[in-house]
Structures are given as C-alpha cells and as structure tokens.
Ligand binder design. Sequence first.
Ligand SMILES: Cc1ncc(COP(=O)(O)O)c(C=O)c1O
Length: 408
Amino acid sequence: MTIQNSSSSAFNLKAITRPNIYVLEPYRCARDDYKTGVLLDANENAYGPALVNTESAEFSVISSDTLAGLNRYPDPHQEEVKQLICNLRNLPIKDDQVVEPLKPANIYVGVGSDECIDTIIRCFCSPGKDKMLTCPPTYGMYAVSAQINDIEVVKVPQDPANGFDIRTDAVMEALSNDPSIHLLYLCSPGNPTASLVDRESVKKILKHPTWNGIVVVDEAYVDFAPVGSSLAPWVTKYDNLIVLQTLSKAFGMAGIRFGISYTSHSIATILNAVKAPYNVSTITSELAIQGLSVSSLSNVRKNISYILTQRDRLLRELPLIPGIGNFIGGHDSNFLLVQILDKPAGQPSNIVANKLYESLAQNKGVVVRFRGKEYGCLGALRITVGTGEENTILLEKIREALMEIYKA
Ligand SMILES: Cc1ncc(COP(=O)(O)O)c(C=O)c1O
C-alpha cells in the first residue's frame, strides 16, 4: 500500500496506521480475479439456493410483514434461527456416546463464517502477544484475520504424503512448547485439500494435558462428507471446542452471509458479547429460517446428491484427459484438487497449471483456482463441482486448452 500525503499538514497516514494493517495483503477472493463465465472457483453451489420454490413464478421469499418491519433493528439474539440450527445438527452421530443436545445458548451467528473466524481471534488472542496455529495448506482467511489482529501464526504443515493428514504429534508438541498459542484452526473437510481431519486426532488435541487453548474446527464443507462427520455435537462435551459451519456451501446461500459457531455456553457468551449488536440483518435471518425449513432441507439434500454424482463423474472423467495428473487430498467436499502435468504422463508443473488456469479463464470462459503455490500442492488446480452442463464444458475446455499448451 503506498499512500502519499497530498497536503502540507502534519497528517501522515502510515505513522498513525497500525503497522500490521499498513502492510496487510488483503485476502484475494475468487471474485477478485474473474467475475463471469462458468464459475468453478469459489466452491459455491451451482445448483442454487436451497430455498423452496426458487423456480416458481410467485417466488418471493421476503414476507410483507418483514418488509414493513425493516424500520426496526433485527433480533440481536437470533433465537428462532438458532433453534432451527440446533434441530438440524442434533442428529445421531457416529460415536456411540450420548451427548447433550445443542441449544441456542451454544451458538453464535456471524456475517458468514469469515466473521466468526475474526471474532474468535479478537476474543482469545491479544494483539502483538498471543499466537494461533494453523496446518497448511488451509483456508487463507485464518492468516489474513490473524494479521489484521496482529497475531502471529505458527504453522505445522499437513502431511501431503499421507492424504494431507494433520501431524497430530507435531501439533501436540507445538502446543506443549508455546503457551502463547491460544487457538488452533483446523479445516475439516480442508480447503483446498477436501479431506476430513481424523476425529481421533481432534479428540487427542482437545484432551491435551497441558495446553490451555481452543480448537476451532471449520466445517464449511461438512455436508458434502459422509453423514455424521460433523463434530458440532461434541461442543456440549468439550469446553475447548468451537465448530464453524455456514449456509454458503451445501445450502447454496453464500449471498446472504450467514455463518454459525457451535461451542460451549461459556465461549458462546463471550463471542455474543463481542459481536456487533445487530450483525445479522432481518433479511438474512428470514432467508436463513426459510433455508432451514423442512422443505428447503429436502432441496439441500437433493442438491448435495447431484453434486456428489457430478463429483464422481469428474473423478472418473478428468483423468481421461492427457496431462491431468493425480487428485491430491480427499474427496469429501464440493471441489477437487488435481495436479496438472508438464506433458502427458509427465510431472506436476506449476507453470503448466498456471497457463491452463489462465487459458481457461481468459479464452474459454471457465474459471477455476490455481493452488500450486500452497504447501504440498505443486501443479494443483482446485475445481468446484458444477452442474452437469457446466462440467461437460469444463472437461471439453480443459482438454482443448491442454492440447494447445502442449503444442505451443
Ligand atoms: C474453509 C472455509 N471456511 C469459511 C469460508 C467462508 O465462508 P462464509 O461464506 O460463511 O464466510 C470458506 C469460503 O470459501 C471456506 O472455504
């Protein structure tokens, strides 16, 4: 950032800006790069919002009462939507132990899970003093929010040779050795790895004998993983756990900005005390309530099953294209991470992957994300699973673009 002082006053922006903010590299969203085309870059839900009747002529989900009441501030506590979230997640889980059901007091809701990520850091890490731990490759906003809050990030990379498992012992050791680490951010299924974190590893860390800190498990994509994969029900059992979810992915409602944090009553009380009083708008909460209704949930399940069918198709058909290498990571999400080779049957290459990414976006109208610079992701593109029609275009355009790149 270079900002010049155009007046002759004593004003010097650099001198009064917090140094960590002055040098901040903002998070680069998918939409910063390309805005049009077949958009398979932001892990959105190509099948549309879960809301009922989106195809009907009378589709109008905001009630006239809600519209007439927009002169009033929204409910600061969002009790109704929190109860629906609890009903949704109070399902039997894989583990045999009976856990206490989730209640609205276990929940903090934010403007997308991105706001939750930031609120948690602000609550539990003192700027310039405390640290947090992440396991790269992982979601970029953890580090950006950390920098905004002047929090150092300690990194314990995942193990790419082992399907991107987290290195549990190394994480345990890092936590033992540094009491200034107050938060551990895990992403399950991971972005960009699409693999679930082993629940036994999470359990082991939650029971760390000496570390005093909080484990945050970001489950933005958990609804694309096998049913019962969520650790949200564990928050009534472990006092030091926060689980994040969002309506942006499986629910197809990224535009309303609604993120969820499940945690103990004590942590939820702190998060709710720190949030802006009316962070979730009336319109957002009304749409979230509708998205969580019984009929919308059946749309959610239908769309998830379409996405999983299309994911299987990409897993089968992408490797038939010369120059497509291995899928790396797992298959538990609505995207895949795949390596691009320097020549058919060659080696993974960042140069070719980046050329393919640019050629797809600039010449072929298909936008995916280059992830080759992430730890353990050499030559990788991250491709969101689109609709059947979009995936047909994707497959055809990748084949075409790779042929052109190899010929040049
Ligand atoms: C792992 C992960 N967490 C959180 C988010 C942000 O979600 P939201 O739209 O709820 O802010 C994303 C968005 O892509 C993500 O990939």
